[in-house]
Design a binder for this molecule. Structure first.
Ligand SMILES: NC(=O)C1=CN([C@@H]2O[C@H](COP(=O)(O)OP(=O)(O)OC[C@H]3O[C@@H](n4cnc5c(N)ncnc54)[C@H](OP(=O)(O)O)[C@@H]3O)[C@@H](O)[C@H]2O)C=CC1
Ligand SMILES: O=C(CO)[C@H](O)[C@H](O)COP(=O)(O)O
Length: 479
């Protein structure tokens, strides 16, 4: 902690795990950082435990915090998303002057960020909605940062955020994403992909364990091996750690002791809700959200087991299953990312954000939960063609999914035949097949809509809208 009177460069309010680690990261990078928390005990704890790590300026009130800063002021809010963030902004804004910058690093809904940005802009203040990923460890040692807001504010805030962000090959995992809510939208999609990725990993484990007869420790070894190839990623790495962990009390694999009900704070659900609004099929993320919901419906699962009988899976060791599952996991993961990037592309058009999708891949290469080797490939794909209709159309990803196709189908069949639920793998494969179909049965859906509701249809062979007189002589009329 410092005792001099020099003003602080930046402030953090909200000192739970994320805020305190972010403040320490700032201090360790030589920024004099003012710190505040609603409950002062957290501020005191930070200073007493970590005050020696850099220059901290503790403040008991927001007023004091604002008074300790150089101008234009930069204040990072790291509190619970939703009403708490509004409460802090409402208290903070009247204390600030035009040109000051408020940076919300929480997991805010992008629509809230748009609203807050517009309101603070009216008062001459800059509001930067910055998605931050990497959890506790990332906040301390270098997170992935997705800042939105005005270009002008980024000129001030960007160098600080880039300094504390993760680095990959010397490049900061922090780039100005776009105006108003763009940063939080990109963070939301990041979390949606995180859900899809984890669901696919969980399905891979379930197949290898229950259908393939491998123990959790053996599956851990499989994942450890996968982490040296195309699948190299943080989530694959920590999957090996979790699966190998033995519960000290029971001597069983911890994964067999943890209650099988996945919780969710809501960012995955938001991703799907927004995808529905935009009309973008993010089937992998939706399946992942629903799989968590299903797992949490304990009494319904119990009733189903009682009424229908327990789903007994017969395990059979099959040497080729491991490689098939690896390929299915990679292909399904490519689909999940393709869908997430498709959603960002649609939002960029809808909100006029002009998102640079290649840069987004750059931000996610390090520091964040979905960091993975193949994000370099995504960056390269958008460098080759910034207007890519779908990642699956890029040469590299096209070849990757084509190569995996046979194995992917065998895994889907194995899942269906053995009774291991694999909604992520199966829906990713269906998406891949649907996108490539010459004809989809949507034509029949249009026919049915026209039959019961005179909703009309278009034809393949000429322009216009048509209706068949279904309850008359069934002739076709122009609609
Ligand atoms: N945990 C994680 O891995 C990640 C979290 N995030 C996001 O970062 C933000 C901070 O997360 P985390 O560190 O986990 O902390 P929490 O989300 O648990 O929030 C706790 C903090 O919010 C403060 N707070 C709550 N309500 C209010 C209020 N009405 N007014 C003022 N302060 C309030 C608390 O203050 P007090 O001590 O007084 O209760 C405390 O500092 C959240 O938005 C979260 O979604 C983003 C990425 C990863
Ligand atoms: O933002 C994060 C990482 O990027 C959080 O870890 C994420 O909020 C966890 O979400 P959930 O609790 O819904 O699984």
């Amino acid at each position: 902690m410092t005792t001099s009177e020099a003003p602080a460069r930046i402030a953090v309010t909200g000192l739970a795990v994320m805020g305190s680690n972010l403040a320490r990261n700032l201090a360790r990078h030589g920024f004099r950082v003012a710190v505040h928390n609603r409950t002062n005990a957290r501020t005191k704890a930070l200073i007493s435990e970590h005050g020696h790590e850099g220059e901290f300026v503790p403040a008991e009130t927001l007023d004091e915090l604002v008074g300790s800063l150089q101008k234009p002021r930069q204040i990072i809010i790291m509190v619970k998303a939703g009403a708490p963030t509004d409460a802090v902004i409402d208290e903070l804004a009247p204390l600030l002057e035009p040109g000051d910058m408020v940076i919300d690093g929480g997991n805010a809904h992008y629509a809230d960020t748009r609203r807050r940005e517009a309101a603070l802009r009216e008062a001459g203040l800059h509001f930067v909605g910055a998605g931050i990923s990497g959890g506790e460890e990332g906040a301390l040692n270098g997170p992935s940062i997705m800042p939105g807001g005005s270009k002008e504010s980024y000129e001030h805030v960007g160098p600080v955020l880039e300094a504390i962000s993760a680095k990959v090959n010397g490049e900061a995992c922090c780039v100005h994403v776009g105006p108003d809510g763009a940063g939080h939208f990109v963070k939301m999609v990041h979390n949606g992909i995180e859900y899809a990725d984890m669901q696919l990993i969980a399905e891979a484990f379930d197949l290898l364990h229950r259908a393939g007869g491998l123990t959790p420790a053996e599956v851990a070894e499989v994942f450890r091996g996968w982490n040296t190839g195309d699948l190299e990623s943080y989530l694959v790495e920590i999957t090996a750690e979790v699966l190998a962990h033995v519960d000290a009390e029971t001597g069983s694999a911890l994964v067999d002791v943890i209650a099988d009900e996945a919780e969710q704070k809501g960012t995955g659900r938001w991703t799907v809700q927004e995808a529905l609004e935009l009309g973008v099929p993010v089937t992998g993320i939706a399946e992942a959200v629903f799989a968590r919901s299903l797992s949490g419906r304990a009494s319904q699962r119990e009733a189903a087991r009682a009424a229908l009988g327990v789903n007994e899976v017969v395990a059979s060791r099959d040497d080729s299953l491991v490689e098939d599952v690896r390929q299915a996991l990679y292909a399904s993961k490519v689909v999940a990312y393709a869908q997430g990037f498709d959603q960002m592309r649609a939002a960029s058009t809808e909100y006029g954000w002009d998102l640079d999708l290649g840069s987004t891949a750059t931000i996610w290469r390090g520091g964040c939960i979905i960091r993975a080797r193949f994000l370099d490939r995504i960056k390269e794909a958008y460098d080759r063609n910034p207007e890519l209709e779908t990642l699956l159309a890029d040469d590299y990803f096209r070849d990757a999914v084509r190569t995996a196709e046979d194995a992917w189908r065998r895994v889907a069949v194995k899942a269906v035949q053995s009774g291991v639920p694999a909604p992520g793998f199966v829906s990713a494969l269906s998406y891949y097949d649907a996108l490539r179909s010459e004809r989809l049965p949507a034509s029949l859906i249009q026919g049915l809509r026209d039959f019961f509701g005179a909703h009309t249809y278009r034809r393949t062979d000429r322009e216009g809208s048509f209706h068949t007189l279904w309850s008359g002589d069934r002739s076709q009329i122009d609609a």
